[in-house]
Design a protein around this ligand. Structure first.
Ligand code: ADP
Ligand code: MG
Ligand code: ZN
Length: 611
């Protein structure tokens, strides 16, 4: 088949070429007589020539009697020069009209040929394309056991370690791997075994894929990457053979790095799958285990893998000799966030006065991806406002956009609804401002965003890993502040507090069952047994505690919440004037920044209360 198509193609091409050549020859055949240059010179001298047109090296000559002739001159020399060498009198030459024509002959041909040739070429191209498609399809059908593993080729804009902010320990670990691949001898001489697998673990957006790309950029050895889901996509039953293929490819070009992204797609606990298709996954996983065992002592292939669910990985993967190195990628702390923001500010015109540290302060819990997104949103905001640079306010506005969705200023809100929202947010803010252990308020707003009617933004002064019981108590009271304020001012509650209540209940449950912060129950962590997974979601496992314990837990949760409620109530009812002042300011300005808010609160000289 293929050969037939090829022949047809060549036949058409040759036909076209032949007809083209033939027409050229035919044209030449009718041409005028060719004169030698010395004769041309002589004719010029006795005035027999009126005009000469030069087309490259061909001279089209018009005689005095109207007939035409041609002549050839040498390549290098100009016409006048050549003729002078043949003894032409300059005065006689001046009487001859000399014109130099560039490609006009070619242009003539193009105007004739393009309309005729173009359709033919187009047809040929279409055929060619169809053949190629058909060919590709056939190949794909026969090679689906082959992986679509990609070889990373280093280029000018490849990522380097310096393009990854923070993550110091992780980088150090990976630098070691890179070093190993660059000078294996140094390590082998010491009898060290090559690290076989490095598992990058971290929440989504913490930079796992980015870091792997940096390793590719730094290492200077072949770097293969594949996403684990590609092992099993499309055709069932090829996962294992693809795995074999992937490892074979990597080994062939050792020393090399093989990067398997999102390995949890196949690396889940075997035997815990629900729904179909997990047999396939198991076989693929088994094959990976086999391949990693099959590395010789000095095989210089390092397998790098990334996951955001290390908890669901099969233990067999984590055993020494496989992914024996595990590095956690932490969410960035304040300094890292500043550094990440700086990296993503590159190439964006920022106003001189911008303080990225302030942005970092406002973004605890943001991942690297969130921060990258944030800078992009800020650039979009500035561009939409037709400004020439990005302002601090653009970035702050984007923080909230990334956190809570875009502002919805346009939504119609009834005055009553607006008033309720104002008091609700004022309630949160007042409780937070009154308690010693609460984090400072950064912003209070009644502009609705995403699903929230309004919001109160309080942020810890620094990133904290540890929170104490009294801080949690303050948090609970603050979360209930909105609910209490509505109750105090309007005598009833609205649905606006439902999200708060849900958060309060979740937090209180964690305090009791995970953090051991209930005196009555004491330092026990309650939880569920191994969760069954379905489509990546926990289906809920069995409780590993008795019904009696469950009753006690519920009572303790309730205790935490009712203490927080009492505290919030005490604050709001005894400081109604402050509450009203905040709410009025909100109704007037919609948004209170930290300084405005503090000014209001300080004017009342509130005494801080301990939770
Ligand atoms: P994941 O951990 O989910 O694989 P990625 O590596 O894909 O996350 O990160 C997404 C994006 O977030 C990156 O392309 C990069 O722009 C940004 N990013 C994440 N972490 C960092 C970091 N430490 N330094 C700079 N940029 C980062
Ligand atoms: Mg990733
Ligand atoms: Zn609320």
């Amino acid at each position: 088949m293929k050969f037939l198509y090829k022949n047809v193609f060549w036949a058409i091409t040759i036909l076209i070429a032949l007809s083209f050549a033939f027409s050229l020859v035919a044209e030449l055949g009718t041409a005028s007589p060719t004169l030698p240059l010395n004769e041309v010179a002589a004719k010029i001298n006795d005035g027999g020539i009126t005009a000469i047109t030069v087309r490259e090296n061909t001279l089209a000559i018009t005689m005095k009697d109207g007939t035409a002739a041609t002549a050839e001159k040498e390549n290098e020399a100009g016409l006048t020069e050549t003729l002078k060498n043949y003894g032409v009198d300059p005065l006689a030459l001046a009487k001859v009209k000399i014109a130099v024509e560039g490609q006009s002959g070619g242009r003539f041909w193009a105007s004739v040929l393009i309309p005729t040739l173009l359709p033919i070429i187009a047809m040929v191209a279409i055929f060619w394309f169809i053949f190629r498609q058909a060919k590709g399809g056939a190949n794909q059908a026969f090679s689906f056991g082959k992986s679509n593993i990609r070889l990373f080729s280093p280029s000018k804009d490849s990522v380097m370690f310096k393009d990854v902010a923070g993550l110091k320990e992780t980088k150090r670990e990976l630098e070691e791997v890179v070093d190993f691949l660059k000078n294996p001898k140094k390590f082998l001489d010491m009898g060290a075994r090559i690290p076989r697998g490095v598992l990058l673990m971290g929440a989504p957006g913490t930079g796992k894929t980015l870091l792997a790309r940096a390793v590719a950029g730094e290492s200077g050895v072949p770097f293969f990457h594949i996403s684990a889901s590609e092992f099993v996509e499309m055709f069932v039953g090829v996962g294992a053979s693809r795995t074999r293929d992937v490892f074979a490819t990597a080994k062939k070009s050792a020393p090399s790095i093989l990067f398997i992204d999102e390995i949890d797609a196949i690396g889940r606990h075997r035997g815990s799958g629900m729904g179909g298709g997990h047999d396939e996954r198991e076989q693929t996983l088994n094959q990976i285990l086999v391949e990693m065992d099959g590395f010789e002592r000095d095989t210089q292939v390092v397998v790098l893998a990334a996951t955001n669910r290390p908890d669901v990985l099969d233990e067999a993967l984590l055993r020494p000799g496989r992914f024996d190195r595990r590095v956690a990628l932490d969410s960035p702390d304040i300094a890292d966030r500043e550094a990440i923001l700086a990296i993503h500010a590159k190439g964006k015109p920022l106003e001189q006065t911008i303080d990225l540290r302030k942005v970092a302060t406002r973004t605890p819990g943001f991942s690297g991806a969130d921060l990258a997104n944030l800078m992009n949103e800020a650039a979009i905001l500035a561009a939409r406002a037709n400004r020439s640079s990005i302002t601090q306010q653009d970035i702050f506005d984007s923080v909230e956009k990334v956190m809570m969705g875009p502002e919805r200023r346009g939504r119609a809100i009834s005055p009553k609804e607006r008033e309720i929202t104002a008091y609700h947010e004022a309630g949160h803010a007042l409780v937070a401002a009154s308690l010693v252990n609460s984090d400072p308020i950064h912003k209070v707003s009644i502009v609705s965003r995403g699903f929230a009617g309004g919001y109160t933004l309080k942020l810890p002064l620094e990133d904290v890993r540890l929170r104490t019981r009294s801080q949690f108590a303050a948090d609970l009271a603050m979360m209930l502040g909105g609910y209490v304020a509505e109750q105090e001012m309007f005598g009833e509650m609205s649905t606006g507090a439902s999200n708060d209540l849900q958060k309060v209940s979740e937090l209180a449950r964690r305090l009791v069952t995970q953090y051991g912060m209930s005196e009555k129950i004491g330092p026990i962590a309650f939880g569920t047994t191994e969760e069954t997974m379905f489509l990546g979601h926990a289906m809920g496992g069995e409780k590993n505690y008795s019904e009696t314990a469950a009753t006690e837990i519920d009572a303790e949760i309730k205790g935490f919440i009712s203490r927080a409620y009492a505290l919030a109530k005490k604050i709001v009812s005894s400081r109604k004037k402050v509450l009203t002042a905040i709410a009025d300011a909100l109704l007037e300005k919609e948004v209170l920044e930290q300084d405005d808010f503090n000014a209001i609160v300080q004017s009342f000289k509130l005494k801080p209360i301990a939770a």
